[in-house]
Design a protein around this ligand. Structure first.
Ligand SMILES: *[C@@H]1O[C@H](CO)[C@@H](O)[C@H](O)[C@H]1NC(C)=O
Ligand SMILES: *[C@@H]1O[C@H](CO)[C@@H](O)[C@H](O)[C@H]1NC(C)=O
Ligand SMILES: *[C@@H]1O[C@H](CO)[C@@H](O)[C@H](O)[C@H]1NC(C)=O
Ligand SMILES: *[C@@H]1O[C@H](CO)[C@@H](O)[C@H](O)[C@H]1NC(C)=O
Ligand SMILES: *[C@@H]1O[C@H](CO)[C@@H](O)[C@H](O)[C@H]1NC(C)=O
Ligand SMILES: *[C@@H]1O[C@H](CO)[C@@H](O)[C@H](O)[C@H]1NC(C)=O
Ligand SMILES: *[C@@H]1O[C@H](CO)[C@@H](O)[C@H](O)[C@H]1NC(C)=O
Ligand SMILES: *[C@@H]1O[C@H](CO)[C@@H](O)[C@H](O)[C@H]1NC(C)=O
Length: 642
């Protein structure tokens, strides 16, 4: 296979000239090759990692497909006798490598003058060991093109059975993207490819080297078309040429972006059965497998709860779009302090509320990924001893630990947290504190009146202007004045925006600011001490293990009115992170059997104290107070029902 080469059509002998076009060179470009090796599906990248000097006959015993042979490169300084241990370590840490790649091993240095050696790798399995002539190729499995001596990287192929992705990517060596052209068995699902973890070494410059990330389909990437959850949008606009700052930071830190992930339409909250008209909502793997995966970072949550082969998902949170999928699936997730992560080249929902954050299982990686995403706006406390705030507020926590299955899990956690930080817990009723300390400009208005229509007003006014109006105009221009199809939920919210006067947006920002300034001085002011940062922590219930099966019907979408605990951070602009606490066992209406449903808490800190919240997760896991969630049917792992 001639990779990325041009093939010149020249039928000189017969002088056959077909037409003018046939005399220019036609482009024949490889998009990679898929193969099956020992019942494992692999994809061979079309981008060579380098070349070897090889003897054509020396690998005659190694199997071959289209002139490619599976081989292994070892740059480590190991002796022949150390190879079996090295390969067994590789098999343990990398899902792409399998020992059969080691029928031929190219080993740096250690071989000496002998051209070939045999080494017994495992029972009844011996490798041919050859000298490695190129110091520039990372260790790991490759496919060697015998005709050229070029080594091509290997990706393992996985079925996206949760329906979490909208497109599978191959990240090019230059950091742009093309569609991964591979498909393995799967029922109406995409195939995702992940490169061997062995190719990558984490360094100070590349703290995310080889970390596999899925990106919500509202982030623009060079070479990729977006859908924003809307088919008309996908088909209307061309692939982007620029990758936005947020995703580019991840790429520059070594991350491997493996695909774009489903969002409910234009990042508006949608219910699985009722609202996802254009695309099918992803599957939440927890419990009975038929709970709503929540939205709008739906693919992000479903994938991180389902796939061991995926490390991180980049979502966005305008009013719960990271926190809700994280909570319901028992994952860590963060809504950052507003404004700290640049959102250029990301579809806007509301400039006042939009944030970019992660859904993830590993709290240590969470802190590292945050450091990369936020750049200078993040202070990692991973290497220091923080001074945790001793003021702990709860909002809406159960007063009676027998009142629900989740109540003792919630209350035990608060006690353990208070004990861990040496703090005291105060149950807050925000309305009461507001009534006692609200600013004079608020008159005697209650919070639920002040903020009742604030969120709906801001998103309704902003998304119509920033997204809908240009979209409708562009669509109409090429479709004879027609309107594109849009799901019921965004339509209802946009219509609400249209119904308001022009001054409504200013009124809403005024109300939001009134609350923000009050909250950030009266409830959670910052502290001028970098290892504490926040005067307190405020907790509310993220997920109480309740069931929301995805097969229930709803009436027409309601407007997102009212004020709730989930809206505190969006109005106050402070960080709000989700922590899995445990799970409850309850009878499922789907299976008629006891199943596990996750329980999660949200913790807020003062604006700008995001690093404290990630460090808290690391420390509470180390103290055995928080679990590290697994992929599978429960946060402790297990079979995913389908
Ligand atoms: C394999 O891993 C073990 C345990 O981490 C380590 O002691 C050993 O040195 C490793 N072997 C090689 C060849 O790297
Ligand atoms: C390895 O990389 C160095 C530096 O880029 C280059 O000079 C050298 O030619 C490369 N070696 C091979 C065998 O490709
Ligand atoms: C940090 O946040 C500020 C305020 O929102 C923003 O202007 C700046 O671009 C951010 N810096 C980085 C490195 O992202
Ligand atoms: C706590 O809730 C349980 C179950 O609902 C109830 O039986 C019990 O009386 C409640 N206890 C108190 C002190 O309210
Ligand atoms: C709020 O103030 C208005 C007039 O300033 C008064 O009529 C009303 O009764 C007050 N409402 C409450 C709940 O105090
Ligand atoms: C919130 O706004 C809706 C729509 O205007 C209204 O029906 C409802 O009574 C309001 N609720 C409060 C608490 O103000
Ligand atoms: C702003 O707050 C006032 C009460 O102070 C309320 O009447 C109004 O509906 C609010 N407007 C918005 C857009 O939030
Ligand atoms: C569980 O639910 C199923 C179906 O809803 C019902 O038939 C069954 O009796 C329930 N089991 C228990 C132990 O409640």
């Amino acid at each position: 296979m001639a990779f990325a080469s041009r093939f010149l059509f020249s039928l000189a002998a017969t002088q056959l000239v077909l037409d003018a076009a046939s005399r220019t060179s036609a482009q024949l470009v490889s998009t990679g090759l898929s193969v099956m090796f020992n019942d494992v599906y692999y994809y061979i990248s079309p981008y060579s990692s380098g070349e070897l000097v090889i003897s054509l006959t020396s690998l005659s015993s190694v199997p071959s497909v289209y002139g490619f042979k599976p081989v292994t490169v070892v740059q480590e300084a190991v002796t022949l006798s150390g190879i079996p241990s090295l390969l067994s370590n590789w098999t343990a840490i990398d899902d792409v490598f399998q020992p059969e790649f080691a029928e031929a091993i190219f080993l740096a240095g250690a071989v000496g003058s002998a051209l070939t050696n045999q080494v017994t790798v495992a029972d009844g399995f011996s490798s041919l060991v050859l000298p490695l002539s190129n110091p520039n190729i990372s260790s790991g499995p490759y496919f060697l093109e015998m005709a050229t001596g070029s080594l091509y990287p290997v990706y393992r192929l996985y079925d996206d059975f949760a329906g979490a992705f909208t497109e599978a990517f191959l990240q090019t060596p230059g950091g742009t993207f093309q569609t991964l052209s591979a498909h393995i068995p799967g029922s109406a699902s995409l195939t995702i490819g992940v490169p061997s973890r062995l190719y990558f070494t984490k360094t100070a410059d590349k703290p995310l080297a080889g970390v596999r990330i899925g990106v919500k389909d509202i982030y623009e990437l060079a070479g990729v078309k977006n859908s924003n959850g809307n088919r008309a949008w996908y088909n209307l606009y061309p692939a982007k040429v620029v990758t936005g700052t947020a995703v580019q930071r991840l790429i520059d830190a070594g991350a491997q972006i493996v695909g774009s992930q489903k969002t409910s339409q234009f990042a508006n909250g949608e219910e699985a059965t009722a609202d996802w008209v254009d695309y099918h909502s992803p599957f939440n793997p927890r419990g009975d497998g038929y709970q709503d995966s929540s939205s709008s970072s739906s693919g992000a949550g479903a994938s991180i709860a389902s796939y061991e082969w995926l490390d991180v998902a980049l979502g966005s949170d305008t009013a719960g779009s990271i926190r809700d999928p994280a909570g319901i699936q028992g994952l860590f997730g963060n809504r950052p302090s507003h404004g700290l992560v640049p959102l250029d080249h990301v579809m806007p929902f509301s400039t006042a509320f939009d944030t970019s954050g992660f859904l993830i299982r590993d709290p240590v990686l969470w802190d590292i990924a945050n450091s990369v995403l936020y750049g200078d706006n993040y202070t990692s406390l991973a290497e220091v001893t923080p001074k945790y705030p001793t003021t702990i507020y709860t909002v809406g926590f159960p007063t009676n630990s027998s009142s629900s299955l989740a109540a003792p899990i919630m209350n035990n956690f608060v006690d353990a947290l208070a004990n861990f930080v040496g703090g005291t817990v105060t149950a807050l009723t925000l309305e009461d504190v507001w009534a006692a300390s609200r600013p004079p400009a608020a008159g005697n208005i209650t919070l639920s009146r002040l903020l009742n229509i604030t969120y709906a007003t801001i998103i309704g006014k902003e998304q119509t202007a920033l997204v809908r109006d240009p979209f409708y105009a562009d669509y109409a221009a090429i479709h004879d004045g027609r309107r594109p199809f849009v799901d019921p939920t965004p339509l209802a919210r946009w219509a609400f925006g249209d119904s308001l006067s022009d001054s409504a947006l200013d009124d809403a920002i005024f109300n939001k600011t009134l609350f923000m300034d009050w909250f950030n001085t009266q409830i959670l002011p910052p502290i001028n001490d970098p290892v504490q940062c926040s005067s307190g922590l405020l907790l509310y219930i993220g997920s109480s293990g309740d069931q929301t099966p995805r097969n229930q019907y709803f009436s027409t979408p309601p407007l997102p009115l009212g004020f709730s605990t989930g809206r505190i951070s969006i109005m106050a602009e402070c960080p709000d992170s989700v922590y899995p606490l445990g799970q409850v066992s309850a009878n499922s209406s789907i299976t008629g059997h006891e199943e596990w449903f996750p329980v999660a808490v949200d913790i807020l800190a003062a604006k700008g104290c995001d690093g404290l919240l990630a460090k808290l997760a690391i420390d509470l896991v180390a103290a055995g107070i928080l679990p590290v969630p697994e992929v599978g049917g429960s946060i402790m792992g297990g079979v995913i029902l389908m």
